[in-house]
Design a protein around this ligand. Structure first.
Ligand code: ADP
Length: 202
């Protein structure tokens, strides 16, 4: 299955992506994680992306699209994938559609995680990640930057909801509630039972 996970910062995309990908037996591909790994590894790509990320802005489409194309060409993504954090602009969505079409493929489903904005701000400002044994705040999780990221989401990414609805691919998932509840709703929208593990042949 080829699935896109859509939703604002703080909606729980990263957490759900890992769990759902496990059920699908497909890799979870997070553009944010790939960028962060490149920033800590001080690669050329990381250096290009860092200024945009620290400001809470999107990394330019040409950099992001090339990176995702490379990742989707890896053998583990051939039979399916779950994209987390990509596409984030209509232009990215169109490029994704075109590169899948070249291979005779297309997306099967787009899941949009829906959370109200007060809850997003609350989750993001208390979020910490483990780096070298210490809990640290992500540099783009500071309140000013969080507000900016939410604005970028509203302006550039939220229109994807209508775009994918128009293609008949969109399922909106209520992402308030426990991790397990949200997973169950997402799996139901994918036609999977929460009890079943990865299914063979996909
Ligand atoms: P969140 O969903 O919490 O905002 P991510 O980890 O998905 O965080 O992304 C962190 C940052 O990485 C974004 O603010 C942006 O700068 C960059 N980024 C990730 N994915 C994309 C993308 N598809 N297009 C442009 N920039 C991206």
């Amino acid at each position: 299955m080829r699935v896109v996970l859509l939703g604002p910062p703080g909606a729980g995309k990263g957490t759900q992506a890992q769990i759902i990908a496990g059920h699908l037996g497909a890799p979870a591909i997070s553009t944010g994680d790939i960028f962060r790994a490149n920033v800590s590894g001080k690669t050329e790509l990381g250096q290009k992306a860092k200024t945009f990320m620290d400001a809470g802005d999107l990394v330019p489409d040409e950099i992001t699209v090339a990176m995702v194309k490379d990742r989707l060409a890896e053998p583990d993504a051939k039979a399916g994938f779950l994209l987390d954090g990509f596409p984030r602009t209509i232009a990215q969505a169109e490029q994704l559609r075109a590169s899948l079409a070249e291979l005779g493929n297309g997306l099967d489903r787009v899941l949009e995680l829906v959370v109200d904005e007060d809850e997003l701000v609350r989750r993001l400002s208390s979020r910490r990640m483990l780096v070298d044994g210490e809990w640290v705040q992500r540099s783009d999780d500071e309140p000013e930057t969080v507000r900016h990221r939410l604005q970028v989401y509203r302006e550039q990414t939220a229109p994807l909801s209508g775009f994918y609805d128009g293609e008949g691919l969109l399922a909106r998932i209520d992402a308030m509630g426990s991790v397990e509840e949200v997973t169950a709703r997402a799996l139901e929208a994918l036609g999977r039972s929460p009890q079943a593990g990865p299914q063979a042949g996909e």
